[in-house]
Design a binder for this molecule. Structure first.
Ligand code: GLA
Length: 389
């Protein structure tokens, strides 16, 4: 977000919460993409996300009272709360902030009252993790402003707990983690079982990744997400009772017929198939990126989409259409990213193809769904940080 908008937000902060001797501090958290490893981060899988240059900004200043006052620029709304903290159905955006305070206090920190103003340009419902960015920036800003010194990795876990326990979406750790630890130009490979991770830099040469926003967000998103997680847990339980060595669904190395013998329901079988095949595709993508074999990467992205659509059943008509059109147009690879049911498609292609694809896709999508498509080029950027004003 540019510095002019930050200055306007600072003025707005002082208009709403008053001017004192202490200036509010400004913090920024990025959006994220995920190259491969979708719907495996709550199953002990490996994911390959990167932070990108859309962001959520937060101004925060302690207020020496027992009030927590939040203002959203996007919703043009100010909410003031006190303990005990309850979910706010009328202003659901505040739950991401309140949830973080609750989780910090559950960790033994005492968080006094503060004023917070939030603004952002991450398209909501686009699968780029605007909510995780709000959780992480809130946790980081509180930690810095009250001198708690909490490590980035821990802030990610607190953000995930806020989402799981207070907001009620049983998300994995990927989004909060990359938003907390991201580094300019690098993606990470994160083992979601151990939380060990390492930074990777890939040279794409005359290729590029970009995003296409389907501009749809289907309502099912949260309920279906929690449902998928339950199906994976029950599949693992059944497999584990016959093959006790497997502690995570991601680690299962059985044949299809061995899995079928575990009495899985047809849905549990399909979910398991996605998870295990995603593990193989992740290897393929990492090898392809390391050896500049981009067609190998692209093929794995298309296969991942197919599996997310048919086996995990988290895609939708619009994103399926985008991916199949891209394939027909000879684009190297593409797949839906994030939780699914709309949002963005990640594309890998030769740079020279962009203008033509942009034009053709917008036309055909408009014709089919009477909807606009948005194309985003992005840079891989840093994780959450303080901005000096
Ligand atoms: C959402 C969740 C993540 C992850 C993805 C799917 O973005 O927040 O934890 O599960 O969906 O990979």
């Amino acid at each position: 977000m540019d510095s002019l908008r930050s200055k306007e937000n600072l003025n707005q902060f002082e208009r709403i919460f008053g001017k004192t001797n202490t200036n509010p501090r400004l913090f920024e958290a990025p959006a994220r993409i995920n190259i491969i490893g979708e719907h495996v981060d709550y199953l002990g899988g490996i994911v390959l996300p990167a932070a990108i240059n859309f962001s959520v900004h937060v101004f925060l200043r302690p207020n020496q009272t027992n009030l927590y006052r939040f203002h959203s620029i996007t919703f043009n709304e100010t909410i003031s709360i006190k303990k005990p903290f309850l979910s706010n159905q009328n202003a659901p955006w505040t739950d991401y902030i309140t949830g973080v305070i609750v989780e910090l206090e559950a960790e033994g920190h005492s968080i006094p009252g503060f004023d917070l103003l939030v603004d952002g340009n991450i398209p909501q419902g686009s699968g780029l993790s605007s909510s995780a960015a709000l959780e992480v920036v809130t946790g980081f800003a509180i930690s810095e402003c009250f001198g708690l010194g909490i490590k980035r990795e821990k802030i990610a876990v607190i953000g995930q707990k806020a989402e799981n326990n207070f907001v009620g979406t049983k998300c994995g750790i990927m989004d909060q983690f990359i938003i907390a630890v991201g580094k300019q130009n690098d993606c990470i490979s994160l083992n979601t079982d151990t939380l060990n991770y390492s930074y990777h830099h890939f040279e794409l040469g005359d290729h590029e990744f970009y995003l296409i926003n389907s501009n749809v967000k289907h309502n099912l998103k949260d309920s279906a997400y929690n449902q998928r997680r339950l199906e994976c847990e029950s599949a693992l339980q059944k497999i584990h009772s016959k093959f006790p060595n497997f502690k995570q669904l991601y680690d299962v190395t059985l044949t299809e017929s061995e899995i079928k013998n575990c009495d899985l329901t047809p849905d549990e079988f399909k979910r398991t198939k996605h998870v295990i095949s995603e593990r193989e595709r992740t290897k393929q993508v990492i090898e392809g990126l390391e050896s500049n074999q981009f067609s190998k990467v692209g093929a794995a992205l298309y296969e991942a989409h197919d599996s997310l659509s048919k086996n995990f059943e988290v895609s939708c008509e619009e994103t399926d259409f985008i991916v199949s059109q891209l394939k027909d147009l000879g684009v190297m690879g593409a797949r839906m990213i994030g939780g699914g049911f709309g949002g963005c498609v990640l594309v890998l292609d030769k740079k020279e193809g962009f203008a033509k694809i942009n034009e053709e896709m917008k036309k055909s999508y408009q014709q089919k769904f009477n909807l606009a498509l948005d194309f985003y080029k992005f840079q891989i950027s840093d994780g959450v940080k303080e901005i000096s004003i």
